[in-house]
Design a protein around this ligand. Structure first.
Ligand code: ZN
Length: 164
């Protein structure tokens, strides 16, 4: 069986999910799902996901150069759906076609943060215009690059900073 909160596999005799700590309740499924949703929101409500954005401009010689880069907040982990992709509605520039995409991401909770460089093998997609976050099992996420019909996912990273 799987935890209704984070979808990790759980042995039947356990009282709580070892991954997210959600109690393995009885009762009707709809009610359990609602409780699990509230639990996730509370557990992940202080965790934020950011993606590094690069800004380019022309120097005095007319050459294009990187001016600065900074992490731009993409989503609060507590607002992610329990499964599937949340497509981001934000001002990420369309990504160049025919190339794999490298994303520098950061997961932050209070003063603690974890950053990672994720490769998305999106080179075979026709047009990549959208960036999303896929809710993986066990309170993990993957970043998604898509073109409206197809999506390619990155490796998975944990949402909870002290977990592997
Ligand atoms: Zn769980």
């Amino acid at each position: 069986m799987r935890c209704i909160c984070c979808r990790s596999p759980v042995e039947e005799e356990k009282v709580c999910c070892p991954r997210c700590g959600f109690p393995l309740l009885g009762g009707d499924r709809e009610n359990r799902q609602k409780i699990a949703g509230d639990y996730r929101k509370k557990l992940l409500g202080g965790t934020f996901l950011s993606v590094r954005q690069y800004y380019y401009g022309y120097d005095g010689n007319g050459d294009l150069q990187e001016l600065k880069s900074e992490y731009v907040r993409a989503a609060c982990a507590g607002e992610l759906p329990p499964e599937g992709i949340l497509w981001l509605d934000c001002a990420f520039a369309p990504l160049a076609s025919g190339r794999d995409v490298e994303l520098d991401i950061q997961i932050q909770n209070g003063s603690r943060s974890h950053s990672a460089r994720l490769l998305v093998a999106a080179g075979k997609l026709d047009r990549m215009t959208r960036l999303g976050i896929y809710s993986d099992e066990g309170l993990r996420i993957r970043f998604a690059v898509g073109n409206g019909t197809e999506a390619v996912l990155s490796d998975s990273v944990p949402l909870l900073i002290n977990q592997n």
